[in-house]
Design a protein. Sequence first.
Length: 111
Amino acid sequence: MPPHYHSANSYFGKKKHGAPILLGYRKDDPKFGATTREHNMSKSCKGLAMELVKCLSESDCVKGQNRPYRECAKETSPCISSECVGLRETYFNCKRGQVDMRARIRGNKGY
């Protein structure tokens, strides 16, 4: 084989103990999943969404008036706390950062 061709083993790493090495970690290594999850969390807004839902569920809008979360999260709803409004704005900026091409290169800010 000519020297400029690379086999799949040289790209992914040679197999050790039956598991291919991907970017320095073996697939069966417990660190592999942990680092992948931590890396993906900075790009997702799941944590913010869960905090926003928790904040809205404790608000008078959802508890007292039995209105849907979506309606309570709107800007026109005066019965939610300023903390929920701040979480809503931060969540919006996080979601907007996922589609912003400049942020896609740098990476979305981790929350």
